[in-house]
Design a binder for this molecule. Sequence first.
Ligand SMILES: [Zn+2]
Length: 202
Amino acid sequence: MSAYNVRLVNPWKMWFKRQEVMHEVSLLFEPAAKKAGYNGVNVTATLYQPQLLPADVQIYLVPNEGFSLLEKEFGEDVGDAAGRTVYDRGASEVYLAGEFVSQHGGGVFMRIDGISAGGTSFEFIHSPATIAKIIFHETLHNKLQLGSKLHTRKGPADALFRETLKGDHSKLSKEDTDLLASKLKAKVKQWEGGWKHLPQST
Ligand SMILES: [Zn+2]
């Protein structure tokens, strides 16, 4: 069987540690993919809408909540601290910088070319490993089509997910892997409308 596709999309044209994030996502998803019968994981990160296969997951990478594409499409909702999924619409986004900017600001900046022609700097706070965990978490919401019920679980699916973002780099639990593996093949139609909510200049 082929590899499982994780499609990261970057409509805001952010400059971030793309290769490192893709690598960390591969590490997190591989056990679940193999358990589900795939021979591995294929992670891509693109500026434009990729062609999706029916079981692929697509995650929008977004600077922070202020740039939410899901909010423009689906309205205000309760999201996670570092990402958001409208689970019955196959729509997920992950914030590379989050609400903890003021606590973690370390003078590292991320360039976002989608805001203006000249690009704009933005404080970048989450490590590639943390971003990968947020992607894993939102993928669970997306593929299991579960809202806050997911948060009764341990690991990256835990309600204490914020603690992970504060520096607890706990590993995935076996339950997390089993949970994702159980629904990886589910054909959840992914929302592909993110680009239409960008400013006209992009
Ligand atoms: Zn969540």
